[in-house]
Ligand binder design. Structure first.
Ligand code: FE2
Ligand code: FE2
Length: 186
């Protein structure tokens, strides 16, 4: 994948990659006759990931700003982080293994977009591993503000990458399902 469209630096995807985007404006998706259960489920999973990521960030902020103490923090933080990262990892695995190959098979023009999305998954996986390592560091030294700073920075990076990826992925997969019918990829 070209560095020009690396997840960490890009500001959306160009029209020649998202070649169906203009034909299916986001505001019209849900009203389209081909918008069915899979489109709805895809967007629902992405909404869940956004809210789970935001919940983890809120718990970290509560701890750093003194609204959660060092005893209460791990009880809130560990299950929320595990849920978020497990959900994220599982979602990307099924996209890579099951769904993305079916989108590629719809049209050769899909290849560039799905190369980009798969490269995003690698970048997000790296950020996820950094987040797990910094979370362990924080849990091992709850009284060290530097450990909290390091983890907060890692979590913020992961969230930023994920939000960019989810939005861009939606602009590729939903128009493709509206164009070709979701049964072709379900
Ligand atoms: Fe994805
Ligand atoms: Fe996704």
């Amino acid at each position: 994948m070209s560095e020009a469209f690396a997840l960490g630096t890009r500001d959306g995807i160009p029209d020649d990659i998202a070649y169906l985007r203009a034909r299916y404006p986001q505001g019209d998706w849900a009203a389209h006759v081909n918008f069915g259960q899979l489109c709805d489920f895809w967007l629902h999973v992405h909404r869940s990931l956004r809210s789970e990521g935001a919940a983890v960030e809120a718990i970290i902020a509560d701890f750093r700003e003194g609204r959660l103490d060092a005893r209460a923090f791990p009880q809130r933080f560990v299950p929320a982080l595990n849920q978020f990262l497990g959900h994220l990892d599982g979602h990307h695995r099924i996209e890579d293994a099951v769904y993305f190959p079916k989108f590629r098979a719809l049209d050769p023009r899909m290849a560039r977009g799905f190369d980009l999305l798969e490269a995003d998954h690698h970048a997000i996986h790296d950020a996820l591993e950094t987040t797990v390592a910094s979370a362990r560091g924080l849990l091992a030294s709850l009284t060290d503000p530097r450990a909290a700073d390091t983890h907060a920075a890692a979590a913020t990076t992961l969230t930023r990458l994920l939000l960019r990826h989810l939005g861009d992925e939606e602009e590729l997969v939903i128009p493709a399902m509206l164009e070709h019918g979701e049964r072709r990829v379900g």
